[in-house]
Design a protein around this ligand. Structure first.
Ligand code: PMP
Length: 426
């Protein structure tokens, strides 16, 4: 039995499912999850000593790769000064200043410890600010695991949401309205009917939790104009896209100024840190200034802030993001070429340093189209790539991530592996 298998068996004794977050269990692709011992640059090594080119990057945060010396130095220096104070520090101000300088929509920002906390808090704030209860989300978008966001579409047009997890009260889910991504007609109809009850629209501005899906220009425009017209807030959940699709995030690429933005992943450089921020008049409703309560023992943790600042510093250097984007495009173009060359329904897309791989003829534009792709072929492709030393997200519904330390040689090696893997699964 491999060490990975031994560890997975041992893990299941005292950890539910053997993992601390469900997708890690390989439930969707089957097989034994890899237990990692070490990461360096673009590579990770598992418990059996196998090396992989890593395109998960801890699900997005590691945009400068594993154990970047500048990030490590910053983290070690901060840790040596104290792990946590539960009191303000100067570094928090530096991070807030930097975030507000990078994103024009951020006038004020508050730090939290996870993306879930950021979206949950942003929604409470939107409800507190507008005095309305209903929120709108889109099918296939994930915004963390707060009750009001674990909601799927009800049956029939414009019905109220149903819980997508046991333990979520139906009454909570009923205030979440779920629509198809990229469906302008339904969004307009919903605002027409319930516009004065809607506190906020929350969206993944490029969806990354149903694989990578781009929004249409009309959809982007409709979300901004409808929320504005009806007095609702537009929340860009940039936990994944923030500093991943570009230095000015998805909102910069869209040319949209959302009312609130949530950030996570890259902003913490691999440490537990996330943020939400936006309009000063909205943020002023937060405690201690206003009546909307929100707090955290470890919020703005100095070690996490140090990792975030060091990471943002690295990717802000001139030319870094352009090169990163080019390399990601190289990967997606190469994968598209392979699909055509080998005549398999297989394609790819990328935005900035984020990419999608689809076992389908065309890049999908909605959750319905994504779920119609060939999941069985993806699973075989995933395992073939794993055997060839390439670690992709263990699910057909996740985006992939390239870092600044993936080299042209790494991309080339990945495309070689993909050629061989596609031949196997054809
Ligand atoms: N929003 C988005 C868009 C995400 O991708 C995620 C995590 N994948 C979250 C929120 C939740 O973040 P966390 O896992 O840090 O709670």
């Amino acid at each position: 039995m491999s060490k990975n298998q031994q560890l997975f068996e041992r893990a299941q004794r005292h950890i539910p499912g053997g993992v601390n977050s469900p997708v890690r269990a390989f439930g969707s692709v089957g097989g034994t999850p890899r237990f990692f011992e070490r990461g360096q640059g673009a590579y990770v090594w598992d418990a059996d000593g196998q090396r992989y080119i890593d395109y998960v990057g801890s699900w997005g945060p590691l945009i400068v790769g594993h154990a970047h010396p500048d990030v490590l130095e910053a983290v070690q220096a901060a840790a040596a000064r104290g792990l946590s104070f539960g009191a303000p520090t100067e570094a928090e101000i530096e991070l807030a200043d930097r975030l507000c300088a990078l994103l024009p929509s951020l006038q004020q920002v508050r730090l939290v410890s996870s993306g879930t906390e950021a979206t949950m808090s942003a929604l409470r704030l939107a409800r507190g600010f507008t005095g309305r209860d209903k929120i709108v989300k889109f099918e296939g978008c994930y915004h963390g695991h707060a009750d009001s966001l674990l909601v799927k579409a009800g049956s029939g047009l414009l019905t109220f949401g149903n819980p997508s997890s046991a333990g979520v009260p139906a009454a909570v889910a009923a205030d979440t309205l779920v629509l198809p991504y990229n469906d302008v007609v339904q969004l307009e109809a919903l605002f027409e009917r319930l516009g004065d009850q809607i506190a906020a629209v929350i969206v993944e501005p490029f969806a990354g939790n149903m694989n990578l899906i781009r929004p249409s220009a009309e959809f982007v425009q409709a979300m901004r104009s409808l929320t504005e017209r009806h007095g609702a807030l537009l929340i860009y959940d940039e936990v994944m896209t923030g500093f991943r699709v570009g230095l000015d995030c998805a909102q910069g690429l869209h040319g949209v100024v959302p009312d609130l933005t949530t950030l996570g992943k890259v902003v913490g450089g691999g440490m537990p840190l996330a943020a939400f921020g936006g309009r000063a008049d909205v943020m002023a409703r937060l405690a201690p200034l206003g009546p909307v309560y929100q707090a955290g023992t470890l919020s703005g943790n100095p070690v996490a802030v140090a990792a975030g600042l060091a990471t943002l510093e690295l990717i802000s250097a001139p030319g870094v993001f352009a090169t990163l984007t080019e390399r990601t495009t190289l990967l997606a173009d190469g994968l598209n070429r392979l699909g055509r060359e080998l005549d398999v329904p297989f394609c790819a897309d990328s935005v900035g340093a984020m990419f999608g791989i689809y076992c389908a003829e065309r890049v999908p534009t909605s959750y319905a189209e994504v779920t119609a792709s060939n999941r069985e072929r993806f699973n075989r492709f995933f395992h073939a790539m794993l055997d060839l030393g390439v670690y992709l997200a263990p699910s057909a519904f996740e985006a992939g991530f390239v870092s600044t330390v993936h080299s042209d040689d790494d991309i080339e090696a990945t495309l070689e592996a993909a050629r061989s893997a596609l031949r196997q699964v054809k």
